[in-house]
Design a protein around this ligand. Structure first.
Ligand SMILES: CCCC/C=C/CC(=O)SCCNC(=O)CCNC(=O)[C@H](O)C(C)(C)COP(=O)(O)OP(=O)(O)OC[C@H]1O[C@@H](n2cnc3c(N)ncnc32)[C@H](O)[C@@H]1OP(=O)(O)O
Length: 403
């Protein structure tokens, strides 16, 4: 963008940058200068809720790295457009370079609808947050592995990071995403990294199974769908049971359903204090998976496990830590920095020793876990055909229920 700003404005905006905190940058140029906006012009089907927008605004306040003048001006313009609509302020004088830069950026959005500006703002912040967390002890852009559509997989400094990447859908897991996670785990098991991390992009860790998965019915009908889903589930959970290296969950925000139950199969679970944990299986007419019917009572005792798995009780991060499901909770403001510093140190430990220790711990009950996984998958196959389950999913899809 340096090329699109008058030289004088760049200098003054650079000055403004020194005291920058997300008061929302400010400035010039046409919409054609914003590739990100052009991209989203075609994505009118997507929308950001007011909550997403507010959470993106808050996320900006936590950003520690200055995103640069160009980005700040884009964010300023989108923020103003989203909250006030098209710019109808008088144009500042030529000498008031900062105000003029801001005015130009806002005006360049023309009559872009408020909702679209909100969506673009959310997406832009999300891309910033993910690149900020990537730079915090995580791999750079060059280490990003190609071939994944629903994940960002990177490998650097002995750490392979698998990031769920559907932030606008709260990282709900689609059928394709299950497949890609399995592929990524299979590759990570064989690569030269010492540890593997699973995390989420955006404000959620993961909202569990994508309930739209149930709408894609094959020619064999719902029975075939339930059968295929049970096989997919069994294979998916099986990858976590068999994963040979230390596996760490970096739970950056709320977690729901299968993303919670799987945590019992991780070696370490670090959570932001913004994270929550819940498994609304009964609400959905479903039953536990991820070996949680065995691991949760083992981890937290049967009474606490029943409250979560049968009654869908939502735990805060601190409660989940007190129950032993979470290893440690960090303040959200320092979460990424503290966790990645810790993981970087762990990744330097001798990898073979870590792998052997993990296998000693896991091998004692690997067979049992596979048997439990098969049983849970087969019980779920029946549940998915029940009226209770069908009605709950229809309710969600028709927006009657939030879980
Ligand atoms: C084949 C293997 C099967 C394994 C089975 C696993 C069992 C489970 O995982 S059970 C748990 C399933 N998950 C849920 O029931 C969560 C459903 N989602 C919600 O209750 C809410 O969306 C939320 C509490 C997670 C977030 O609410 P919030 O108001 O903040 O945001 P929304 O506007 O609802 O969400 C934004 C966007 O994302 C879509 N979305 C979120 N979660 C899911 C999901 N699990 N499935 C499908 N879509 C999801 C939501 O519909 C919104 O989409 P639109 O912007 O297009 O409206």
């Amino acid at each position: 963008m340096a090329g699109h700003l008058p030289r004088g404005a760049m200098l003054v905006v650079a000055r403004l940058t020194r005291s920058w905190r997300p008061r929302y940058a400010r400035s010039p140029m046409q919409i054609s200068n914003f590739p990100v906006l052009q991209m989203h012009k075609s994505q009118t089907a997507m929308r950001a809720s007011q909550k997403d927008f507010e959470s993106a605004v808050n996320q900006m306040k936590l950003l520690t790295k200055d995103p640069g003048n160009e980005m700040k001006l884009k964010l300023y313009a989108l923020y103003k457009q989203a909250t006030e609509g098209p710019c109808n302020m008088p144009k500042p004088g030529m000498l008031d370079l900062i105000s003029k830069a801001k005015w130009d950026a806002w005006s360049a959005l023309g009559s872009l609808p408020k909702e679209t500006a909100k969506q673009n703002y959310v997406e832009l912040v999300s891309s910033l947050s993910s690149s900020a967390s990537s730079s915090q002890g995580k791999p750079d852009a060059d280490s990003k592995q190609p071939g994944y559509e629903t994940l960002v997989v990177t490998s650097e400094n002995g750490i392979t990071k698998i990031m769920l990447n559907r932030p606008t859908k709260k990282n709900a897991i689609t059928t394709q995403m299950y497949q890609e996670i399995m592929l990524a785990l299979e590759a990570a098991a064989k690569d030269d990294s010492a540890i593997t991390v699973l995390t989420g992009n955006g404000d959620y860790y993961c909202s569990g199974n994508d309930l739209n998965n149930f709408t894609d019915i094959p020619p064999g009908g719902v029975e075939e769908k339930a059968k295929n889903s049970a096989i997919l589930l069994r294979d998916f959970v099986g990858c976590f049971i068999d994963f040979p290296k230390p596996l760490i969950a970096v739970v950056n925000g709320p977690a729901v359903g299968i993303s919670v139950t799987l945590l019992g199969l991780f070696d370490i679970v670090y959570a932001s204090d913004r994270a929550t944990f819940h498994t609304p299986f009964s609400h959905l007419g479903q039953s536990p998976e991820g070996c949680s019917s065995y691991m949760f009572p083992k981890i937290m005792g049967s009474a606490k496990a029943a409250e979560m798995l049968i009654f869908g009780k939502k735990l805060t991060a601190r409660e989940a830590c007190a129950q032993g499901l979470v290893t440690e909770v960090f303040p959200d403001s320092t979460f990424q920095k503290e966790v990645w510093t810790r993981l970087k140190a762990y990744s330097k430990l001798p990898p073979n020793a870590m792998r052997i220790s993990k296998q000693l711990i896991r091998n004692v009950e690997k067979e049992k876990l596979h048997a439990i996984n098969s049983e849970e998958s087969s019980v779920l196959q029946g549940r998915w055909l029940s009226d209770e389950c069908t009605n709950a999913i229809m309710n969600f899809l028709s927006r009657k229920a939030k879980l």
